[in-house]
Ligand binder design. Structure first.
Ligand SMILES: [Zn+2]
Length: 79
């Protein structure tokens, strides 16, 4: 008589769907983790001058926060 346990069914489901994924072989050492994280650095954002008279420096691909211009077009109403 065949009986299936919960783990049997789980194994079958896993083998059918092939949802196995890559798993690290070893735990990464605290030293390695800290060395990697030490390479994290903040970068200075690249700014471009807005075409408005104030020539505010704005982040590219964003509307100017002062005049609401984007590509020389008014996209945001400013008070
Ligand atoms: Zn502007």
């Amino acid at each position: 008589m065949e009986t299936t346990t919960v783990t049997d069914r789980l194994w079958c489901d896993l083998s059918k769907k092939e949802i196995l994924m890559a798993v690290p072989k070893r735990k990464m050492s605290r030293s390695n983790t800290r060395h990697r994280r030490a390479q994290w650095k903040a970068s200075v954002p690249q700014l471009t001058p807005c075409p408005c008279p104030r020539k505010e420096m704005v982040v590219p691909h964003r509307a100017c926060t002062h005049c609401g211009l984007y590509k020389g077009r008014q996209v945001v109403d400013t008070p």
